[in-house]
Every structure is written in structure tokens, then in C-alpha cells.
Design a protein around this ligand. Structure first.
Ligand code: KG4
Ligand code: ZN
Length: 362
């Protein structure tokens, strides 16, 4: 079969990214222009600034991705772009740019679901990985347990009821004074801390054993930190002198998140009889989560797949990879929806993925 070369574009949040990927697994180039520096000033992503930065960067980033890959427009089979979920203004920049390229170059346009992209990062890291497998997707905007039945066929078996895991990391990091983005900062601070120092709650949702809830945990940590600050203040009179056991708080919070992600994933793998477990999304770069899931998989004789951190956080290679499997549909999988799009493709900030079924057996 002829090679399929796809240009992927990703602008759903605060990274302007473009990549060229052949046959969904072979990365020819992978460019990411991060906006972290500017959003750090505000302690989180400012949507309007994100959109403006994407507009500034996109032409250069796409040009560099093409140049790094050593390809011309004539070598590209399709242009793929994230069209949701995400920040609407940010998504629109990538979608408009991809539509313009598809029109000018007379190439197919493929709209990609952002979470599908995260899952497909595993196909890049592990060229021999094939469905079915279970994937834990944990990022700044999502926490999903997805049963990947076939290429492009996703069954969501659990998701967060409130905050995403990454969002909880970011908010707890902010109150601990660790800055943005919070996940990597907590990951680092936790290495020096005692994970047993504080016991934080882990939410269980009746009738939905694989759903997550992180807002209670987040509020417990925030309230505890505020109480500690007040007590310290009353003792010392000077707020600037307040000292928090930051490393212990970070380690204990991280343990609570990792335990719940790990327990739900292993329980779902047992019920759905999955021999392969993959992780994806920014939180999948967390060292404690990787270690815990790797150990649990080893103990239960399951194969564990964890893409390198650069493929876990937002990038465009994963978008081009997901687009390849959609490009081949329905030849590859009868049930996969084709996401080939027309020039009426729009940004969908709340786009959903797959079906939601609580029970698979019986
Ligand atoms: O997948 P991603 O780059 O963007 C979204 O789709 O949201 O994920 C970003 C999230 C942020 O919340 C960030 O704090 C978190 O992933 N993150 C981490 C780590 N690295 C990034 N969380 C925990 N530990 C990490 N090492
Ligand atoms: Zn993401």
C-alpha cells in the first residue's frame, strides 16, 4: 500500500503545534511552540491570549514542520486538525488554517477529536500496538477511561464528574505557590515529600465505579492549606513568614490522585478483560502514576504502554496519527466514524468521543 503522509495541526489550548507523520506511526517532524511563559504570569491559561498567540505562531510552526520533514505540499495526502474539545477561540485558529491549506493545496481535510489524538500517541511510541486495549486519558481538561475496541472505535467507561486530574494538579500547585503548570511542579516537589503525611479523601461514585471526581480532594487540600496559613499567621503575625510543608502536601495529594486513577484503571481492565493498558494526556507524564501503573500491570501480567512525556502533553504528531486511522476508515474498521471533513468544518468546544456504556458484560 502507498504511504500516507499527513500534516497534523493542534491549537486546542496553549500549544501551537504542527507535525508530519507517515502511516500514523512514523514521525517525520514534530514542532511545538509553547505559550507557557506568558500564561505563567496569570497562573493559568488566558483563552484570549492563547488565541492571539496561535495566530502569531501558526504560519511559522507549520512551515517549520514541513521543512523539518523535508516535504512539500505535493507530498501531503491530508491535512488534519483538532476541532474539539478545547478553547473555542484557540481551536478556530487551527481549524481555519487547516481549511485554508486543504483548499489551497487541494488535499483532504480531517477533523480530529483531541482525546482521540492523545490515545493515538501510543501508536507512535509503540509501532506494534494494536486495539483492543484500555486507555487512561488524564489531562488538564479530561479524565477518561476509554476502551479502544478497534481503530477509531471508543467506548467511554468512566470519566470525571467535575475537575479533570490535571486541573486539580494545577489548582493545588497554585495554592502551594508552585506556579503553572502545576503537574510537573507537584511531580518534582513530591519527590522530596512524605506521601503518607496527610490522608486525603478519594471519591467513590455510587453506580459508576469507573467515574472520577477530583473537586472534593482539591477543596480538602485548599482548605487545609488555608487553615495552616491562618494558624501560622496567628502565631507569627507576618504572612510572609508562613511556612507550609509543601513537599509533604504535594506528595500526599499526588498519592491520592494516583491511587484513584490506578485503582479504577486496574478494576476496569479486569472487568473488560483487557490485557493491554495504555496511558495518555499530560498527567500521564507523572512519574508516580507511571511507576504505580507499571507495577500494577506487572503484578497482574498485563502489558503497560506509556508514551514518552513529550507525546503525553499536547502535540500535533498524535493528531496526524489519529487522522491516519480515520483516513483509512472504513477499510480498517467498519464501525469507526470517518472524520473526513468539508470546508464547513467548525470548532466544537464540547465535542464528545464514542459511546458511553457502563457495563460491557451482561
Ligand atoms: O494533555 P495536556 O498537555 O493538555 C490538555 O489537553 O489539557 O495536559 C496538560 C495537563 C496540565 O494540567 C498539567 O499540569 C498536567 O497535564 N501535567 C502533569 C504533569 N505534566 C503535565 N500532571 C502531573 N504530573 C506531571 N508530570
Ligand atoms: Zn491535551
Amino acid at each position: 500500500m502507498k504511504d500516507v503522509c499527513i500534516l497534523g495541526i493542534e491549537t486546542s489550548c496553549d500549544e501551537t503545534a504542527a507535525a508530519v507523520v507517515v502511516n500514523g506511526r512514523e514521525v517525520k517532524s514534530d514542532r511545538i511552540a509553547s505559550q507557557i511563559d506568558i500564561h505563567t504570569i496569570y497562573g493559568g491559561v488566558v483563552p484570549e491570549i492563547a488565541s492571539r498567540k496561535h495566530v502569531e505562531k501558526i504560519t511559522g510552526v507549520v512551515g517549520l514542520a514541513m521543512k523539518d520533514a523535508g516535504v512539500q505540499a505535493s507530498d501531503i495526502d491530508a491535512v488534519a486538525v483538532t476541532y474539539g474539545p478545547g478553547l473555542v477561540g484557540a481551536l478556530l485558529v487551527g481549524v481555519s488554517f487547516a481549511k485554508a491549506l486543504s483548499f489551497a493545496w487541494k488535499k483532504e481535510l480531517i477533523g480530529v477529536h483531541h482525546i482521540e489524538g492523545h490515545i493515538c500517541a501510543n501508536f507512535i511510541e509503540y509501532p506494534s500496538l494494536t486495539p483492543p486495549f484500555l486507555c487512561l486519558v488524564a489531562s488538564g481538561g479530561h479524565s477518561h477511561l476509554v476502551h479502544v475496541r478497534e481503530y477509531g472505535v471508543y467506548e467511554i467507561i468512566g470519566q470525571t464528574r467535575d475537575d479533570a486530574a490535571g486541573e486539580a494538579f494545577d489548582k493545588v500547585a497554585r495554592v502551594l505557590g508552585l506556579g503553572y503548570p502545576g503537574g510537573p511542579a507537584i511531580d518534582r516537589a513530591a519527590r522530596e515529600g512524605n506521601a503518607e503525611a496527610f490522608s486525603f479523601p478519594q471519591a467513590k461514585i455510587p453506580d459508576a465505579p469507573y467515574d472520577f471526581s477530583f473537586s472534593g480532594l482539591k477543596s480538602t487540600v485548599l482548605n487545609l492549606v488555608n487553615r495552616m496559613r491562618m494558624q501560622d499567621l496567628a502565631r507569627r503575625e507576618e504572612a510572609s513568614q508562613a511556612e507550609l510543608p509543601v513537599a509533604d502536601l504535594a506528595a500526599s495529594f499526588q498519592k491520592a490522585v494516583v491511587d484513584v486513577l490506578c485503582t479504577h484503571t486496574m478494576e476496569a481492565a479486569r472487568e473488560y478483560d483487557c490485557a493491554k493498558i495504555a496511558i495518555a494526556g499530560g498527567v500521564a507524564s507523572n512519574t508516580a502514576l507511571r511507576a504505580a501503573l507499571s507495577a500494577a500491570c506487572e503484578a497482574e501480567g498485563k502489558d503497560f504502554y506509556a508514551p514518552k512525556p513529550l507525546l503525553c502533553t499536547d502535540n500535533a504528531a498524535m493528531i496526524a496519527s489519529a487522522a491516519y486511522f480515520s483516513y483509512l476508515a472504513p477499510a480498517l474498521s467498519q464501525d469507526a466514524p470517518t472524520r473526513r471533513a468539508g470546508l464547513d468544518l467548525n470548532a466544537c468546544p464540547n465535542l464528545s468521543l464514542g459511546t458511553r456504556e457502563r457495563r460491557f458484560h451482561g
